[in-house]
Design a protein around this ligand. Sequence first.
Ligand SMILES: C[S@@+](CC[C@H](N)C(=O)[O-])C[C@H]1O[C@@H](n2cnc3c(N)ncnc32)[C@H](O)[C@@H]1O
Length: 215
Amino acid sequence: MSVKVLSDDQRKKEDNSDDSFFYSEPRLVNHLDQSFRRRLTNLYRERIEEDSIILDLMSSWTSHLPDEVVYKRVIGHGLNKIELECNKRLDSHWVQDLNVSQKLPLEDSSIDVCLMVAAWQYLQYPEDIAAELKRIIKPNGLLMISFSNRAFWTKAPRIWREGTDIDRMKYIENVLISQAWAHPECISEVTEASSLLNILGIKGDPFFSVVSVNS
Ligand SMILES: C[S@@+](CC[C@H](N)C(=O)[O-])C[C@H]1O[C@@H](n2cnc3c(N)ncnc32)[C@H](O)[C@@H]1O
């Protein structure tokens, strides 16, 4: 049983059709720009040890992990089978709609690091997912939740749609703390765009990451 943080109203999406229907066609695209992805891969390079068992929750065809590092195992989850089959980093994967069922088919304390990228923003029952992640991540293991200011807005619950970027970080933090996660580290950064865009004063996608240790 998880401690509830959101009201029923805050869980509502504009498009209430099945998420599996929305994700039925594979999207083999980058959801975030190169500046964001470079920052994310660097964060993973700095924080994730080589012998880790990694879960990429709500993944697609890419996991943004550094190419040069070989991890013990990378398990992927998502809603589109073809996207997951195209992801060369994954040793195994499964498909599950987390807005239908929040129970994860993984053993207690079996994961060193869980990654979520542009993902939390679609969860209608984040408290149950945070509680499940607490169960499956090993003591001292890491949860790394990263996002920017983009989303498929019709598929994002009201709590995500109506907040600012900082509200969203606070919201993730609140949910994690409510499920007995340690106070997370919140990273909020402006990223540099490619050199030409930079000259024009255009920035890259803003980078936000909430990192918590399972203490
Ligand atoms: C914007 S994509 C991000 C994919 C990937 N993490 C990345 O960095 O490119 C959002 C992903 O969340 C997953 N997703 C969305 N709604 C979901 C749901 N209800 N249950 C499970 N996964 C979901 C989909 O598989 C989709 O690929």
